[in-house]
Design a binder for this molecule. Structure first.
Ligand code: SER
Length: 390
């Protein structure tokens, strides 16, 4: 199933159950949110989870682009992307968690044809502050889906402060042969859908206060589910990456881990630029800068003559269109090239600095700290520059 078809099946299923579609918005969260980027579909809805009525009512559905840097070092494995899309549903003080799970199960099995025997659920076991999520446990038992209870993995928070609550996650078996073990025991169980019952708000001092209403917030990772439905071994092999897989290896021969990182970071950089962020040394702009520098570090490891400027404009256009962004692809490419030049100049400086006698022996942590803080040289780049000098 193509991702566009997956999106429409999802949205229609929830529209039939009284949900109104809201327009997914930018990667920049609303003012006052505690995170740099939208990391989950609920960010634009925070005020409504906290009680402000939403103009479209109490049942909502959307597709939201998200960016997560917490998983940056995992990018390149089978399931993590920096920018991804989340299909989301919300009950704003309307129905409760078990109905949400029941609908989710119905969509996955009847709507999308997934074998119920390949599903596993998890739920909140309870801790000193909040009791166990018995309602979710009973729902899963009634459906005959195996369930595992955890504490930390089944409490969802928006960030250090903000709405939070117990969640029940749905996992899909990705291994060959019959499912084994449990989600915490075997990573071939891939988490696809999280149903959070948002009951509390965490305050700056860490304490929890009940929200004025009980909400349900669910998020399903589009590329993850698409790759599993398409029988692909990783998110990088789902249809979203088809154009990237067509163009990038033709430009730059890369091994699979490098290809994944380059595609992920380039695609993310295009979307971040498309949402109006510009490279900088702090905040969002620094995240963008790091993405570009990480991918250039990988590209230049084998061949320093490679340039982002060679990227076909149609690939950038395809990505901007997919995310419904109206920035011109030529502008995006120009900004990427400017950032590439800045980095290239920095490297030249770096080579000169590294040639100093102080840096001829093994480098200490202080050296790495100094080279990073004073000259902006990341550790993997220093290592690779020194390797090339050997
Ligand atoms: N906010 C939850 C998550 O990000 C569900 O959407 O997993």
């Amino acid at each position: 199933m193509h991702t566009e078809q997956l999106i429409s099946t999802f949205v229609e299923y929830y529209e039939e159950r009284g949900h109104r579609r809201i327009t997914g918005s930018t990667l920049l969260p609303p003012d006052g949110d505690s995170v740099l980027f939208t990391t989950s579909g609920m960010h634009p809805l925070t005020p409504h989870l906290e009680g402000r009525p939403h103009p479209l009512g109490k049942r909502l559905v959307n597709v939201q682009r998200c960016l997560r840097t917490t998983d940056l070092d995992e990018v390149g494995d089978a399931t993590h992307l920096t920018v991804f899309e989340m299909l989301g549903t919300w009950s704003l003080g309307d129905y409760e968690g078990p109905l949400s799970l029941d609908w989710g199960y119905g969509l996955l099995t009847e709507g999308l044809g997934i074998d119920p025997g390949l599903l596993h659920a998890t739920a909140f076991a309870g801790d000193g502050r909040t009791g166990p999520d018995t309602a979710s446990v009973e729902l899963w038992q009634g459906l005959g889906v195996p369930i595992e209870l955890t504490v930390d993995d089944n409490w969802w928070s928006n960030g250090p402060v903000g709405p939070c609550g117990p969640d029940s996650e749905i996992f899909l078996w990705s291994g060959e042969g019959p499912p084994r073990s449990t989600p915490t025991g075997d990573d071939r169980w891939v988490e696809v859908w999280n149903h959070v019952t948002m009951t509390h708000r965490r305050l700056g001092d860490g304490s929890l206060v009940p929200l004025p209403q009980r909400n349900v917030d669910t998020g399903l990772g589009l590329e993850r589910l698409a790759s599993l439905l398409q029988g692909r071994s990783s998110v990088f092999a789902c249809d979203v990456f088809d154009p990237w897989r067509r163009h990038v290896p033709a430009l730059w021969p890369l091994d699979e881990p490098s290809l994944r990182l380059v595609c992920d970071h380039l695609r993310s950089a295009v979307v971040v630029l498309g949402d109006g962020v510009r490279p900088a040394n702090t905040g969002r702009g620094y995240v963008l800068r790091r993405l570009v520098r990480r991918l250039l570090t990988v590209l230049w490891r084998d061949d320093p003559s490679r340039s982002i400027g060679d990227l076909p404009e149609e690939l950038v256009q395809h990505t901007l269109d997919h995310f419904r962004q109206d920035t011109r692809p030529g502008d995006v490419l120009r900004m990427l090239r400017e950032e590439e030049h800045r980095f290239s100049r920095l490297l030249d400086r770096g080579r000169q600095v590294l040639a100093r006698s102080r840096f001829q022996g093994p480098l200490t942590e202080d050296d790495f700290g100094y080279l990073h803080d004073t000259h902006g040289l990341p550790r993997d780049l220093i290592t690779s520059l020194r390797r090339h000098e050997d």
